[in-house]
Design a protein around this ligand. Structure first.
Ligand code: FPP
Ligand code: MG
Ligand code: MG
Length: 348
């Protein structure tokens, strides 16, 4: 069996299905109010639909968990059920992307961000009012799709992920001086802001497939640790990336006084750095000072190590799944494991 030798590309395994989801996303955000339709559909247009990272993970997870739990009477029944289940999984992927996009639209309002995905942010192009309203519209549309699955636990998981997104954002907005320098607070906020949506939607994939609570927990753990690793790398790239490769301005966190892991680790080595951070960043010279300390410290390296720890935990969740000899199942699991390494080495 050679799949383990192959470098499976997570994206190409589900590329065809992702384009189905992209098309559906474009059609579900319609409205009889033209301005609302164009605002809600803004990030689903060709060229700005983004990496579709979450739908990709969810579709791979759906296949990775494809371990039949019941003997089925005929192959025909099996096939019909498999097809129906796949459609339900695609709906979860679609809903997750809508929630994600709604959170990005809100985020750009709070961050006064002019650009997103290499184009003008929705708030920049259409103004804050239309941005906020159309993001709310997207959330409502997402739930309209979600309820058709008729699974209350899944609805509850997705609702939790939105509550966590909001809580994470407000946590970040309202940190006290003490919380600002706490790694624990930072990780909690990071879970809320980035990992909760992935972890809860991964769990939803398992529940819709009628998997055991144990399998559902492994799916959740994968999403959680992948999300945490992803955000830790994102926080590194905010310092080391540039606007051309990121499609968005760098140093945004620090400029907004948001202290992330690289700085928290740097402060552990150079406690005097917190004095500069406390002064705020109205004066650009303070940013230079912080960057100087960061360069002298192991802040970036230690953040990278923490990201790797979570990436490995994510990979372990996949390898702990009940064994399967199905080629597709094994391919998807391998791709999910590869993905944990890919996000560590990404540079945009
Ligand atoms: C990006 O963070 C922002 C998020 C991942 C979520 C933000 C959540 C909200 C704004 C709460 C409202 C959400 C909903 C669904 C009602 P960032 O600013 O660190 O990253 P960026 O560099 O991509 O801007
Ligand atoms: Mg932002
Ligand atoms: Mg933000």
């Amino acid at each position: 069996w050679s799949v383990s030798e192959e470098q499976l590309d997570p994206f190409s395994l589900v590329a065809d299905e992702l384009s189905i989801i992209t098309k559906r996303l474009r059609s579900v955000v319609g409205s009889e109010v033209p301005k609302l339709a164009s605002a809600a559909g803004y990030f689903f247009k060709a060229g700005v639909e983004g990496k579709m990272f979450r739908p990709m993970v969810l579709l791979l997870m759906a296949t990775a968990l494809n371990v039949p739990r019941h003997e089925l009477p005929t192959d025909e029944v099996q096939e019909t059920l498999t097809h129906k289940l796949r459609t339900r999984h695609q709906y979860i992927a679609e809903v997750t992307e809508m929630i994600h996009v709604a959170s990005l639209i809100h985020d750009d309002v709070f961050d006064d961000a002019d650009t997103r995905r290499g184009v003008g942010s929705l708030s920049f192009v259409m103004g804050n009012k239309l941005a906020v309203l159309s993001a709310n519209f997207l959330l409502s549309r997402a739930f309209a799709t979600l309820v058709t699955l008729k699974n209350t636990e899944v609805i509850s998981l997705m609702a939790t992920s939105i509550q966590n997104l909001v809580a994470g954002e407000i946590k970040q907005m309202t940190v006290t001086a003490e919380q600002r320098y706490s790694m624990e607070c930072y990780m909690q906020k990071t879970y809320y802001k980035t990992a909760s949506l992935v972890s809860n939607s991964c769990k939803a994939i398992a529940l819709v497939a009628d998997q055991t609570e144990e399998v559902a927990m492994l799916a959740f753990e994968y999403g959680k640790n992948l999300g945490l690793a992803f955000q830790l790398i994102d926080d590194i790239l905010d310092f080391t990336g540039n606007s051309a490769s990121l499609g968005k301005a760098s140093l945004t966190d620090i400029k907004h006084g948001i202290i992330t892991a690289p700085i928290l680790f740097a402060i552990e080595e150079f406690p005097q750095l917190s004095t500069t951070v406390d002064r705020g960043f109205d004066n650009p010279a303070n940013i230079d000072t912080v960057l100087e300390y960061l360069g002298k410290s192991h802040g970036i390296q230690r953040t990278m190590e923490l990201a790797m720890k979570h990436a490995n935990l994510a990979a372990t969740a996949i390898t702990s799944l009940p064994e399967s000899n199905d080629v597709d199942v094994r391919k998807s699991r391998k791709a999910l494991v590869n993905l944990t390494q890919k996000i560590i080495t990404r540079n945009n």
